[in-house]
Write a protein that binds this ligand. Structure first.
Ligand SMILES: [Zn+2]
Length: 419
């Protein structure tokens, strides 16, 4: 059974008992309808990965209206705002991503039905943007002064080919960030503290090509080399724990006109991941060895016209390891217990928190929905049926507040858990 330390438990109780914190929690609950309104408003401003400008502009305007300092869109397309602390605590970033996986023209409105909001992107991660606004509003109205500075960010290019790009750029430009909170889980009960390493590669096998009968025996066959590679990769053994995976997701070669031709080229794409950096590196070496061996074997089989392979990295997700007993994880656990939500530690993660964890910055990915039962846990994220459960929508905002204050510390009252 997971057990936060006595010291952190006491510190958390002191935090939760502060009158300003209790007021802020109440304000957040009362702000639920407004928060949902802003969530719907922002959802209707579409923001496919790499085209977040319009949504970024509106989000920045809203942060400015909340009186935050230095609100701007940085050179990487991220919306950045500062809520200055009074000193004596770490600088903490809390962020949600601006982009969605849907092209322009997908969202036609938000439908409210059976206790859910329905629209592509309604949860992932538009809800997080609305949460950040509600959070700041409550902190302002309750007069909460943090010790450390809080930086509120709407990040660009998180999804798909964006490959966590906005967060990578933001942390590269802001070397003084000491803790990072990403709001990008569906279920708030899940504490995301693991950063799964992952890479996606395209591997091109090429050779001469020729007639299926006429050239047979005088040339090596690139498609056969690719098939040898896939067969070898398919046999690689990986541990169940820490979870490690691989998948050849694409295999393209030849064409309908060339059914009697030795194709001159074959291309595979594959993705592999691990919760352990060490296992990831081991797996990567095995995959590349398999590819080299496949080319070599196919070439040696015929003894002429070598098949060459060319590898191209097309996506990378930095990973890293963080202890389950780290102070931020304990703070998130205590926050959930305080709110009556059963906490669980997630098994791996691929969110903006990865970027921070890979850099050795304490970080978490926390949730944006209260999902106490099987129905509310079904978010259908990344699909046209995406939905967000309305009941208890204020709870994840309360959690975000408690975790944020645990990280930044409350000036003159409660130290940061990171101190
Ligand atoms: Zn997301």
């Amino acid at each position: 059974m997971y057990q936060p330390s006595e010291k952190n438990r006491e510190r958390f109780q002191a935090l939760a008992a502060l009158p300003a914190v209790r007021t802020a929690l109440e304000l957040i609950e009362r702000d639920q309808d407004r928060c949902i309104e802003e969530q719907c408003e922002l959802t209707c401003i579409e923001a496919p990965t790499g085209s977040e400008e319009k949504r970024a502009g509106v989000f920045a305007e809203k942060l400015r209206a909340l009186g935050l300092e230095d609100v701007h869109i940085d050179r990487n397309g991220n919306v950045v705002a500062l809520r200055r602390g009074r000193g004596g605590g770490p600088k903490v970033v809390i962020e949600g991503h601006l982009d969605t996986v849907f092209p322009f023209g997908t969202v036609t409105g938000v439908e409210r039905r059976d206790g859910f909001l329905y629209a592509p992107g309604i949860g992932d991660d538009t809800r997080a943007l609305a949460m950040l606004l509600s959070l700041v509003r409550a902190m302002n109205e309750a007069g909460i002064e943090t010790a450390g500075d809080v930086v509120i960010v709407g990040t660009a290019r998180e999804e798909g080919v964006g490959s966590l790009g906005g967060m990578k750029d933001f942390l590269a430009d802001n070397g003084d960030i000491e803790a990072a909170l990403s709001v990008d889980n569906h279920d708030m009960g899940e504490i995301g503290y693991q950063a799964t390493s992952g890479e996606t590669w395209e591997i091109r096998f090429s050779g001469q090509g020729g007639h299926a009968f006429g050239a047979f025996g005088s040339i090596s066959q690139p498609l056969h080399a690719a098939a040898r590679a896939v067969a070898k990769i398919a046999d690689i053994e990986v541990p169940e724990q820490p979870k490690t995976s691989y998948c050849v997701s694409n295999f393209h070669s030849g064409n309908d006109a060339g059914v009697h031709a030795i194709a001159s080229e074959a291309v595979i794409k594959l993705n592999f991941r691990s919760n352990s950096v060490q296992e990831f590196e081991k797996l990567k070496a095995k995959i590349f060895d398999a590819v080299e061996a496949a080319c070599r074997e196919e070439t040696e089989r015929w003894g002429k016209n070598a098949v060459c392979c060319e590898k191209k990295l097309i996506g990378s997700m930095p990973g890293g390891e963080q202890d389950a007993d780290s102070p931020l994880v304990q703070a998130a656990w205590l926050s959930l217990e305080h709110l009556g939500v059963t906490p669980s530690l997630s098994k791996g993660g691929c969110t903006n928190a990865n970027v921070a964890i890979a850099k050795g910055i304490p970080a978490l990915c926390i949730g944006r929905a209260w999902a106490p039962d099987a129905e509310s846990r079904k978010s259908y994220n990344h699909s046209l049926d995406e939905r967000y459960p309305i009941a208890g929508a204020y709870k994840p905002v309360q959690q975000a507040l408690l975790v944020l204050l645990s990280a930044a510390g409350v000036y003159g009252a409660v130290d940061s858990v990171l101190k």
